[in-house]
Design a protein. Structure first.
Length: 122
């Protein structure tokens, strides 16, 4: 019985907080927050790609060549970080030569080879 009463009070409190937020201009603030969240995801993805780049550079310095794939990098690197973008899609690695490589995030739409892809060539 006490739990039901607590839940009722919690729901009412949440409703009151929501109404106060809406009266204070929450409708205008929401699009800004959504935009900021999208920008944060983009920056997080770039940071993950930068960390992968660093791990690949270390591997290249030690081995004299870029790794064949991310599995080889992960097996030999303590610096290996997240290989996902902030939308949960694995970052693609493509070996171009012994010294050059490409990192690609599928971006917000989670589909590769579209306009929102993030592509970094080193």
């Amino acid at each position: 019985m006490k739990i039901k009463g607590f839940l009722v009070v919690l729901v009412l409190a949440a409703g009151i907080v929501y109404l106060l937020w809406m009266m204070k201009g929450g409708k205008e603030q929401l699009p800004k927050e959504v935009e900021a969240y999208g920008e944060m995801r983009l920056e997080l993805t770039k940071a993950n790609m930068h960390n992968l780049k660093t791990a690949i550079f270390i591997f290249t310095a030690e081995q004299g060549r870029t790794p064949k794939d991310l599995k080889e990098l992960k097996a030999s690197s303590r610096q290996f970080g997240a290989n996902l973008d902030s939308w949960g899609t694995p970052i693609r690695y493509k070996r171009l030569s012994d010294q050059n490589f490409l990192l690609t995030s599928a971006g917000k739409d989670k589909v590769f080879n579209t306009s929102d892809d993030i592509v970094l060539e080193y």
